[in-house]
Design a binder for this molecule. Structure first.
Ligand SMILES: NC(=O)c1ccc[n+]([C@@H]2O[C@H](COP(=O)([O-])OP(=O)(O)OC[C@H]3O[C@@H](n4cnc5c(N)ncnc54)[C@H](OP(=O)(O)O)[C@@H]3O)[C@@H](O)[C@H]2O)c1
Length: 264
């Protein structure tokens, strides 16, 4: 970070809890001012903000339902109003509801596509417009590689099974968007995917089962939250990376799983 300029600002969606919180804290520890987005986990968001502020001096929370396009379009301007700028977006929030080829419906597809795909693209679009506006004012140079979007994907795109059908389709669409956006938003904004393996358990798995599944990878361990957060930080701070995805999964994508981990 350049000590002469104000610390950069990152918006992390779904940052109240779990992986989003881990990413927010890792970025705050690296000097980023963090805008903590949440939907329903207000108390957790307040705690994440307090912990980030202790590390980086400034942090604030922002509530938005990412199913709602108007709310998504309102999010980045609120962050700019608070911090005066936004330099990066980490799209971590995600709907993860089970359906299958048999239970698939337009409603389930639409729900996952709204929050997991549409919202991520609209936030990338908004960051690009904001950077262009700053460049027009001469506030930032044209080609810096410093502005970026990181999209959280999933190793299962490289190792597909038909569980969580709509979730997987929404992440596959986001992976395609990752490439298209990297081309469309260059040179102002870089776009990078980060694809974790099984990292955190869900209500569908006992602790014992989670530990066993976490070991199921060529490296004998899948990703930890710290591994994923460090990769997001690397993607944001490496000015040369765009249009690609970093898989952080102990190699789980090299294996073949018949079912989603949650249902194994
Ligand atoms: N956890 C893993 O092992 C794993 C593995 C592979 C990939 N990933 C990816 O990594 C990312 C983070 O994973 P995670 O397990 O931390 O996610 P998560 O717990 O399933 O969801 C994170 C947050 O997303 C927010 N969210 C969901 N729907 C929303 C909506 N419509 N509007 C606004 N916010 C919404 C929720 O915020 P509120 O609580 O505030 O409502 C939730 O706390 C996801 O993109 C996921 O696909 C995770």
């Amino acid at each position: 970070m350049n000590p002469a300029s104000p610390a950069p600002v990152v918006l992390v969606t779904g940052a109240a809890r779990r992986l989003g919180r881990e990413i927010a804290l890792a970025l705050a520890a690296s000097g980023w001012r963090v805008a903590v987005h949440y939907r329903s986990s207000k108390e957790d968001a307040i705690k994440t903000v307090a912990d980030c502020a202790e590390l980086a001096g400034d942090s604030a929370s922002f509530c938005a339902d990412l199913d709602d396009e108007a709310a998504v379009r309102g999010l980045l301007p609120q962050v700019v109003q608070h911090f005066g700028q936004v330099d990066a977006v980490v799209n971590s929030a995600s709907t993860f509801e089970h359906d299958s080829a048999a239970s698939f419906s337009f409603a389930s597809l639409e729900k996952h596509m709204r929050s997991n795909t549409g919202a991520a693209i609209v936030l990338a679009q908004a960051l690009h417009a904001h950077v262009l506006a700053r460049q027009t004012l001469g506030a930032v140079p044209e080609q810096t590689g410093r502005f970026a979007v990181v999209n959280l994907l999933d190793q299962k795109l490289w190792n597909p099974n038909p569980d969580f059908f709509s979730y997987t389709l929404s992440k596959a669409a986001l992976e395609a968007a990752n490439t298209m956006l990297a081309i469309a938003l260059a040179p102002q904004v870089r776009v990078v995917g980060v694809a974790p393996g099984l990292t955190l358990t869900s209500h569908l798995l006992s602790d014992e089962k989670f530990q066993a599944l976490h070991k199921l990878s060529p490296l004998g361990r899948s990703s930890s939250p710290a591994d994923v957060a460090a990769t997001v930080r690397f993607a944001l701070e490496n000015a040369s990376i765009t249009g690609t995805t970093l898989l952080v999964d102990g190699g789980q994508h090299l294996m073949k799983f018949e079912r989603d981990f949650s249902l194994m």
